[in-house]
Each structure stands twice: as C-alpha cells, then as structure tokens.
Design a protein around this ligand. Structure first.
Ligand SMILES: [Zn+2]
Length: 170
C-alpha cells in the first residue's frame, strides 16, 4: 500500500480527462491510460465547516464537473475510515487463510467452518484490493462517477502541495 494522498488547505488539483477508451499495454500485466489534465487551485473549507460544492471545468471536453471538497480534518477522517476498512478486510483475509490451513490440516475442509474459511478468503481478497485502492485514492475531493476504483472518464486528484514558503503563509 502506498502513502495516502497529501492534503493541504489550498491545493493545486488536476482534472484529468481520459483520452483512450482502451488501455494501452505498458508492460506484462499493465495498461496505462492517457489523461489530459487541467489545473485548478482548490481551497478547502476550514476544519469543522461543511464540505464545499464547487464546479471545475475539464479543459479538454469543456464538461463542468460538480465536485465536493472536504476540509483537511474531514479528509484525514475519511482516510482513517478507509484505512480502518482496509485493516478489517486484511484481518478477515488472514482469519480465512488461517482457517483453511487449520481445517485443511485436520482434514475437515468440507465442514461448515472449513467452507466458511474458504468463502471468507474468496470474498475478502477482492474486497481488500478494492478497499485498498479506494483508501489510497481518498483525497477529500469527490465527484459523481468517481469511485476511486474504476477507470473513470475524469479523475480529480490533488497534486503535491507546493513546498511551504520559508517566510510563512500570507
Ligand atoms: Zn473531459
């Protein structure tokens, strides 16, 4: 798992417009998607304030995207919640694997607990994958159609905040 997205009150954010409808092979098991990006500076609400509704325009197709921007504190809470779900899925996956090993060794794999362990692994492995990706994508900026998992037509992602000025913020 990678690091969560950097979060700052004022943040340069890129709106990416996906140019290809079919992924371009870029390795043995990888496809890449070409995005044309438009930059927007997004200011988050103050901590404790309601999320803000904003409009950003995609510079490629001129479509206006209704986005919701969360405060830094809310974004951290959202990241922590998704991280919690990731750990929860990881725990269930390990419990399922332990069950498979245990019931496999005791030769009662077809017993109810054995089958439950097997089913648990089949469900939690993809769940962990999806939740893990979602956790990494969580940046406190959402828009309709952004699940953070699928390859969407538009992606709205903050890019690293600029380094803090040695003279402090204005
Ligand atoms: Zn677009």
């Amino acid at each position: 798992m990678g690091m969560p997205v950097n979060v700052a009150r004022v943040q340069e954010t890129q709106v990416g417009h996906r140019m290809n409808t079919v992924g371009r092979p870029s390795g043995p098991n990888a496809v890449s998607w070409d995005y044309e990006t438009t930059l927007w500076t997004i200011e988050r609400p103050a901590d404790g304030d309601e999320p803000l509704r904003r409009k950003v325009r995609c510079g490629t197709c001129e479509q206006s995207l209704a986005i919701v921007v969360y405060s830094v504190a809310d974004t951290r809470r959202r990241q922590a919640r998704f991280r919690g779900w990731t750990w929860f899925c990881a725990f269930l996956l390990l419990a399922g694997l332990a069950g498979i090993i245990y019931f496999g060794v005791t030769a009662s794999m077809s017993s109810a607990p054995g089958l439950t362990s097997l089913a648990s692994v089949f469900v939690t492995f993809p769940a962990l994958w999806v939740v893990g990706l979602r956790t990494e994508a969580e940046a406190g900026i959402t828009h309709r159609g952004s699940s953070g998992v699928s390859v969407a037509k538009h992606v709205v992602t903050p890019i690293e905040p600029p380094p803090a000025s040695p003279f402090g913020t204005a």
